[in-house]
Design a protein around this ligand. Sequence first.
Ligand code: 15L
Length: 305
Amino acid sequence: MTDVWANIWTVAKLGEKSSIGKRPDHTDGDKTGNAMTIKVHERLLLTGAAGGLGKALRGRLSANCKTLRLSDRVDPGAAGIGEEVMLADLADASAVLAAMEGVDAVVHMGGIPVEGPFGPILQANILGAYNLYEAARQCGTKRIVFASSNHVTGYYRQSETITADHPPRPDSMYGVSKAFGEDLSRFYFDRHGIETACLRIGSAFPEPRDRRMLATWLSYDDLYRLVTACLTTPVLGHTIVFGMSDNPVTWWDNTRARHVGYAPKDSSEPFREAMYARTPEPDLTDPVAIHQGGGFLRMGPFDQG
Ligand code: 15L
């Protein structure tokens, strides 16, 4: 316990003279926050920069740092003003270490984002998370925003409201790999004082794609607000946050993460009427319709042997 509190104190003290604790003022920005100009980090590393959420965050995160280092296994495209590109396969420890050098915080969106064969998940999500945290430890990077997933708890029912204190109930090997990342980050906080926000991201897309996503939807602007809150809150600790917009129907309670100060501004409600009109009533005898993880419950197994 003593070590944890010493670490928290150190982070809080660092926050006094560094950027932690200085929040971009969302009210100064336009709806996306793109007009915000306060540079809160010297160099921010965005992994998975070529992926869906990486692309969504790329333009927005430039407001949060002087230099945004973009990393992915594949080329995320040429660096723009205030950007630099460093390719790295998450499974390659030395490449990840090189990408971490000189970085003060990480937004880790990299890895396999869906259920699939275990081999690639093992490499990218499990070994990749280990390589990332080892690199952070070696480089002295103290804060990571980790893209976990709602599929860590996908076997809870849609009739249950869960908090971060509910035990994991993964619905897939993908969900299991994200649960590993959450535990790994907990260890690196307890042992090494690296703060992490585990974002149990719901469905981050431009708009909800089915009835389930009316509960799980996270707009790109709210994703950015959530990441920014986690990057700038004075004392983050190790925190699990459900990544959702201000949807009227939800299965997740973020009370335990109030210290992050995340205030979503979007809602799935404007999409409800059209969604109900174009999609059939759910079959309430189907496990996919009654569990939070939805279609992930039916994916796989992929590795036959
Ligand atoms: C996820 O974790 C996936 O990355 C994304 O593709 C969606 O399927 C999302 O969960 C979801 O649950 O809708």
